[in-house]
Write a new protein. Sequence first.
Length: 123
Amino acid sequence: MALQLKGDVPVAIAEYEKAQQLSDDLAPRRMLAVAKAQSGDKEAAARMLAELAELSRYRYVDAWSRVLLNLSLKNREEAIRWLEQGVANHEVHLIKVHPLLDPLRGDPRFEALVQKVVGPKQK
């Protein structure tokens, strides 16, 4: 993710592809789809969202994956909706500092969720 965040998305994609081969965990596949969307391949994220919807019929799928994928597709409303669910289910912990959530900062709904997770701002 560090490579992706510093802007070296093609190298990040290659690393996510390697990680995906080493594990059947959803995280590398999710991050691969997010990185591909960042590089212009929005269909990768849309396919992953569809796959998660199908998968969720048979097993638990975390809200966090759907938050990041929706953000990569610039679906703010869906990202916030899934973030609300993730907070309600106690799945979201790094909400205040996670850099992939930066597009939501300043949105009053997001800021309310931050306060719900980390508590009120200290003066």
